[in-house]
Design a protein around this ligand. Structure first.
Ligand code: SF4
Ligand code: SF4
Length: 321
């Protein structure tokens, strides 16, 4: 632990110590980053920058948090692309993003998982110091919910310069009080935090190559014509833009009349843009979605349709929905 503390102090002495956390909406990645930030900022020698990054507005969608700690004013305002510490709050996010992307050789990986550090390094091809903690199981005992973020915060209080378990516990309570959580729940979170102190495992592992997690250089927008990106984002006729995955749009197809009128897509669409007509047999029959009206490709309709009638397709190959 001492060597890691020295290494992190050295990074701080020369610039900003950068962290990136990946999780899914509802897994607490934002709370973890905010907890670190508000604990660190109590140290007058530290400058702190913290901000979250969300994808589509649906439970389970990938979320990401960035954090910089420095002994000097932080001038960077970009995403953290080469974090010294990469954290995975919810292993489910590994289906969508590479939490270790861009971590320099010998980086630090912090994972909420029941796996040993060696097994996690093998699974995610990690080279560097790997910390694991089974936060979900500890949280089940205190909150009756598998939320590993508080355990990860306790772990980071142990390794980050300027932080300590006592300060972390205190600032967690302040944060949760600000969020107006009921008192018993704040206390359960505090107990969960303390139960997580000192139980993480760690190992120095060599399981990845230098190319496993490299950040791909920007290579343009594939088949999209030059300028199409700004059109996608700004066009008056395609207001889907702001949150949608670049270059894709929603597609609805029901050539065999499979829509059973269950209405799940209509109820779950946060933008209320699913179109339908009355049907004597099924009540309603869905005809598509008005994607020109703010479809943000949140994927709710894709996820809930039992007949799999919605999909995402590249925008150049799209047909009207
Ligand atoms: S149409 Fe589907 S993808 Fe678009 S906003 Fe509605 S639910 Fe989300
Ligand atoms: S969820 Fe699918 S089957 Fe149900 S109403 Fe919508 S399109 Fe039809």
């Amino acid at each position: 632990m001492e060597m890691i503390a020295e290494r992190l102090e050295q990074i701080l002495a020369h610039g900003a110590l950068e962290l990136r956390g990946d999780g899914r909406a509802g897994s607490g990645v934002v709370l973890t980053m905010q907890s670190i930030a508000s604990t660190a900022i109590a140290d007058p020698s530290l400058h702190v920058q913290e901000w979250p990054f969300f994808s589509s507005a649906r439970k389970g969608a990938p979320t990401r948090g960035f954090l910089r700690l420095s002994r000097r004013p932080i001038e960077k305002a970009s995403q953290v692309t080469h974090p010294h510490i990469a954290m995975m709050v919810d292993e489910g996010v590994s289906a969508f993003v590479d939490f270790a992307q861009g971590v320099p050789p010998g980086g630090i990986f912090v994972i909420n998982t029941p796996l040993t550090p060696e097994a996690a390094a093998e699974k995610y091809r990690l080279t560097g110091r790997v910390y694991t903690i089974d936060g979900n199981t500890i949280a089940m005992q205190h909150l009756k919910q598998p939320l590993g973020n508080i355990s990860l915060f306790a772990l980071l209080c142990d390794i980050l310069p300027g932080l300590s378990a006592e300060a972390g516990r205190e600032h967690l309570e302040i944060l949760l009080t600000k969020r107006r959580l009921p008192r018993p729940l704040i206390e359960s979170n505090g107990n969960l935090f303390m139960a997580s102190v000192g139980v993480a495992r760690h190992a120095d592992c060599v399981c990845g190559t230098t190319t496993d997690h490299h950040v791909s250089p920007f290579r343009g927008y594939g088949e999209l014509a030059p300028g199409a990106q700004s059109r996608l984002r700004l066009s008056r006729t395609n207001l889907t833009s702001a949150y949608a995955r670049t270059g894709f749009q929603l597609h609805f197809s029901d050539p065999d009349g499979l829509c059973n009128g269950c209405g799940h897509c209509i109820i779950n669409c946060p933008e209320n843009i699913i179109s339908f007509r009355p049907d004597a047999a099924t009540g309603v029959r869905v005809t598509g979605a008005e994607i020109s009206r703010y479809c943000k490709l949140c994927n709710e309709c894709i996820a809930v349709c039992p007949k799999k009638l919605f999909s995402e397709i590249p925008i150049l190959h799209s047909q009207a929905v």
